[in-house]
Write a protein that binds this ligand. Structure first.
Ligand code: DQA
Length: 150
């Protein structure tokens, strides 16, 4: 996409991630959605990358966004929320566009209910970062930026 120009990274928040800081504080912490997005923007400035942040509670809207990224974006950081565990449609979208993608989670999905340990999307991603709260997104940004800069 960008040879010599800034890398473009799309950050996707799935369903209920906009409720972070309000919902299940014991699991997801108290940092607000706006604060996480602000930190993502700051990290992007540090890394000298262009960032777009998108949130939707709708599977189809997330799929549309991933499809629109084709030819426009160099890397994706996605927290698919509960879609992680069953959305073959989002998995197919990620695989279909073939844009390097990192799956991130605020909570450690491997230390919770058994159904959360399974991701149908992670196998088509470069990797998964899970359990670091809002920092998971920053780690994801760094990881995908390094990957696409190699
Ligand atoms: C989550 C983990 C999912 O299991 C859950 O459905 C979410 C948030 C996380 O970031 O820890 O909504 O993706």
């Amino acid at each position: 996409m960008s040879s010599g120009e800034k890398k473009r990274i799309l950050v996707i928040h799935g369903p209920n991630i906009n409720m972070i800081g309000i919902r299940e504080k014991g699991v997801y912490g108290t940092e607000s959605f706006d604060s996480i997005n602000e930190r993502i923007k700051q990290e992007a400035l540090q890394l000298d990358i262009d960032i777009e942040i998108f949130q939707s509670n709708h599977e189809g809207a997330i799929i549309d966004k991933i499809q629109q990224a084709l030819g426009n974006v160099d890397g994706i950081v996605i927290n698919p929320g509960a879609h992680t565990h069953y959305s073959i449609a989002i998995r197919d979208a990620v695989k279909g566009v073939n844009i390097p993608t990192v799956e991130v989670h605020l909570s450690n999905v491997h230390a919770r209910e058994e159904f959360r340990a399974k991701s149908v999307i992670a196998p088509v991603c470069v990797g998964q970062i899970s359990g670091f709260g809002g920092d998971s997104y920053l780690l994801g940004l760094r990881a995908i930026n390094k990957k696409i800069s190699e």
